[in-house]
Design a protein around this ligand. Structure first.
Ligand code: GLN
Length: 539
């Protein structure tokens, strides 16, 4: 039977609840438990796939092809594990399935209500996510007191008494503000949010207090007393040099002791040695390299979360600070690639949707190709390498992706209307297909060519597995022409072009998949690692 740790947030959002949940999960995993993670999103969208990356940050894609909240990415990066569809659900999904069941006559004439039907569906989904794990850490999105959060609060309250639940532990993450003029830390907002939780019937057993300054002992005592927890259950979370340092700082405060006691886990001694040495290399690396990161969602860097984290992982393994030089693709269109990328050791063009900034990205690719600067193009960043090569090497003037020019005479990137999805079922997509759910999503195999950069990056592995999130594909009709002119297809997935390289270029790789989704602190993604290495070795 599974034990559950519920993480709620109080006072305000953006306190790092996701990192807190991931850190607790990491420590338990390193103590030898099989730990599952679940993020509950109280918004009504069925999935975050159609939300703007500028508003919501990145859409993370799981191995089994679910478009999820970016916190799932944090869980995978911390726990070095792949989580599935079941590790994230939203209010929208809960209501859709209850309504669907009602329409199908599944409730035999009952009146469908929030309690018990919606709450019951939530409990079932939490339990489903917990199946087969020793411990499930559940992060509840939003802040205590939000209207949307109430059914979820009720569900986790009820689970305390559930026969299928082997134990539960409630962690509340809050903020301790510091009032400069008075020179004082304030506990009142935390007390109020704990009171609000209690009103719903949940008594937190641990307070994780975000604070700019260390909490004095007397303050901790006062907080413990007023929130009705023991003093060793008040854990401070100060701003850290890197998020990966948080599990270690929690461990130093003995965070596992009260958890182990309540959940009867025995004496725990997590092995964090390797983790710790990687953190040290993030904080004080020996080397440095500069990556020119060409993108268009630069107002919110969270839109590229997995990618920027993956650069940190690779840096840790290469004892290198990977400095990102953010370059706005549209600015390249105005000022030219040389002016903006001239100081970089390498160029990275990230994925994206829509035509804004596309021409700037193509200029960045041309710059990297001609000047023999190490280049990694991801998804759209790969598709555009074909367009650039067609226009500037093959002389096919108006070459484009049909995403940007439906009537291009040279559709280097096109739409295949039939493809086999992960489970081998035929899928149909057209220009008219709705946005939600018509992308090629999730993990697919890629067969690599002997002697290629990509195969070398994966230490000689013939078939690699990476995740996808895109609608368009490289057009095989141009393959022969491209290869003849030096752009070689080095990776294929059931006939689809997955990776391209350029003969005679020191390090140029375009990948149709998103390698960043499988990068973790302890096991960085192989293609990104090879790219950072090339960047480090570039003259
Ligand atoms: N817009 C492109 C497509 O849909 C690329 C998507 C991406 O970069 N993730 O195929």
């Amino acid at each position: 039977m599974t034990k559950y740790i519920f993480v709620t947030g109080g006072v305000l959002s953006s306190l790092g609840k996701g990192i807190t949940a991931a850190s607790v999960g990491t420590l338990l995993k390193h103590s030898g438990f099989d730990v599952g993670m679940l993020k509950i999103d109280p918004y009504i969208n069925v999935d975050p796939g159609t939300m703007s990356p500028l508003e919501h940050g990145e859409v993370f894609v799981t191995k089994d092809g679910a478009e999820t909240d970016l916190d799932i990415g944090n869980y995978e990066r911390f726990l070095d594990a792949s989580f599935l569809k079941t590790s994230n659900f939203t209010t929208g999904q809960v209501y859709s399935s209850v309504i669907e069941r009602e329409r199908a006559g599944g409730y035999l004439g009952q009146t469908i209500q929030v309690i018990p039907h919606i709450v019951g569906e939530i409990v079932n989904r939490i339990k489903q996510a917990g199946e087969e794990h020793d411990i499930l850490v559940v992060e509840l999105g939003g802040t205590v007191g939000d209207i949307e959060g109430l059914p979820f609060m009720e569900a986790i309250r009820q689970m305390k008494h559930d026969d299928d639940v082997a134990g539960s532990f409630f962690i509340h993450v809050t903020l301790i503000p510091y009032i400069k003029a008075a020179g004082e830390m304030k506990s009142k907002p935390t007390q109020h949010s704990v009171q609000e939780l209690r009103r719903i019937g949940i008594t937190p057993q641990m307070i994780i207090a975000r604070s700019e300054n260390a909490l004095p002992k007397t303050f901790k005592k006062k907080l413990a007393m007023s929130c009705d927890v023991s003093t060793d259950s008040v854990v401070e979370a100060l701003d850290a040099a890197t998020i990966y340092d948080i599990p270690v700082t929690f461990l130093r405060q003995n965070i596992l002791k009260p958890i182990a006691k309540e959940l009867e886990l025995g004496e725990l001694a997590p092995d964090m040695e390797e983790w710790d040495s990687l953190v040290k290399k993030i904080v004080q690396p020996k080397n440095k390299t500069i990556v020119g990161f060409v993108g268009k969602y630069l107002e919110l860097k969270e839109a590229y979360k997995s990618l920027t984290e993956s650069l940190i992982h690779c840096g840790a393994h290469l004892d290198t600070r990977v400095a990102i030089n953010w370059v706005d693709a549209e600015e390249i269109e105005e000022r030219g690639a040389e002016a903006l990328l001239g100081d970089c050791d390498s160029v990275l063009v990230a994925g994206g949707f829509g035509s804004r900034g596309v021409e700037g990205k193509i200029q960045a690719i041309e710059y990297a190709r001609v000047n023999k600067v190490p280049y990694l193009g991801i998804c759209l960043g790969m598709q555009l390498t074909l367009v650039e090569y067609a226009r500037n090497v093959l002389g096919l003037e108006d070459a484009n992706s049909i995403e940007f020019d439906e009537n291009t005479p040279h559709p280097m990137v096109y739409l295949i209307d039939n493809f086999l999805d992960q489970s081998g079922d035929a899928q149909l997509r057209t220009h008219q297909s709705p946005m939600g759910g018509t992308l090629r999503l999730g993990e697919y195999p890629c067969d690599t060519k002997d002697g290629s950069l990509i195969q070398k990056a994966y230490s000689g592995t013939k078939t690699i597995y990476e995740r996808h999130r895109h609608r368009y594909e490289a057009n095989p009709a141009y393959r022969e022409q491209l290869e003849h002119a030096g752009m070689i297809v080095t990776g294929e997935s059931n006939g689809l072009i997955e990776t391209v390289e350029i003969e005679g270029h020191p390090w140029f790789l375009g990948v149709q998949f998103h390698p960043e989704f499988t990068s973790r602190l302890q096991t960085p993604n192989a293609s990104i690692l090879a790219f950072v290495e090339a960047s480090l070795n570039a003259e």
